[in-house]
Ligand binder design. Sequence first.
Ligand SMILES: Nc1nc2c(ncn2[C@@H]2O[C@H](COP(=O)(O)OP(=O)(O)OP(=O)(O)O)[C@@H](O)[C@H]2O)c(=O)[nH]1
Ligand SMILES: [Zn+2]
Length: 353
Amino acid sequence: MARGGGRGETSRLDESDVRVRPGKGTRPRSKRRPEHADATAAMVVGVDRGRWTCAPDDDPTRRVVAMRARELGRTPVVVGDRVGLVGDVSGGEDALARIVRVAERSSVLRRTADDTDPYERVVVANASHLVIVTALADPTPRTGFVDRALVAAYAGGLEPVLCLTKADLADPAEFAADYAALDLAVVVTRADQDPTALREVVAGRVSALIGHSGVGKSTLVNALVPDADRAVGEVSGVGKGRHTSTSAVALALPDHSGDGAERSSTRVGGWVVDTPGIRSFGLAHIAPDDVVAAFGDLAAAIEECPRGCGHLGPPADPECALDAEVAAGRLSLARLDALRRVLTALRTPAWET
Ligand SMILES: Nc1nc2c(ncn2[C@@H]2O[C@H](COP(=O)(O)OP(=O)(O)OP(=O)(O)O)[C@@H](O)[C@H]2O)c(=O)[nH]1
Ligand SMILES: [Zn+2]
């Protein structure tokens, strides 16, 4: 399921503190895995100044604050990471546990400050879906942002979902049509109606939500997570909103499995990771092949492309094998056009989107 920066290589691709040279893999750090057979399995739900807040699998409604065990060195630990905890995992007021293990990641959502930033930063690990939130109006939707988010999702092993908000202000048909050929789930929401379709997307899994300021992401998060209390319409950087508006946090969805009495008080119905800090994605470290690889059937086709093919077709890539796929009737032109528009985002600086 993991694609691109997925399983098996993520442990060496995710170093947030280390300079990453494009095109040259960093050496895998020798993993000293301490024998903490009794470690408590948990998921990281928040990070704040050297303290990680974790939700143990045996009771994900409990919150355990932990530090990183010294033997992990500077191994990055981010929201969504699956960790092993030892020490005081009671979750009591002054309790402090230690993270002794970080599992390999099945997906990574990365951001950089901009495309020239030499640092890659993983902000969310192990999310299966990336919900790209865009308003249909107020603010005007930007395909550039969506395309860059799609690249980040495909390359990081997340399944993208397009969430079009403020449907009371504009018709979603035209904007959605731009993406229809990508086989991507599109959900449409408006604040005066329950986001039922989105609930179904996020139920029982870990999803990351991203979107520009003002698109209505907090409104959605509050609808999905009744006690989330995300500040709506607050200007970032002012008062109480400031702290909550900068770092990713995983919020537990109510558990709707089983009915009534059967429902357990120690279960959650999935997680949504709100990412207020992410406004853009640095794509400098992503190759066109990483994106195409996310489209299973096309991965084999591009093996016929010349070396270094950017898959954009003529004039940039006149010998791209994807054109032959269209000619042979194995790929629709609409799908190829949509894919190429996303690939173009790789070549477009963030400030032009
Ligand atoms: N007309 C309309 N307005 C909406 C809808 N959803 C949210 N809004 C309004 O849009 C504004 C921004 O909504 P937020 O939920 O704060 O948006 P956000 O994306 O979280 O923005 P930040 O808090 O800046 O990150 C608020 O004034 C909301 O009331 C909608 O479906 N329709
Ligand atoms: Zn090609």
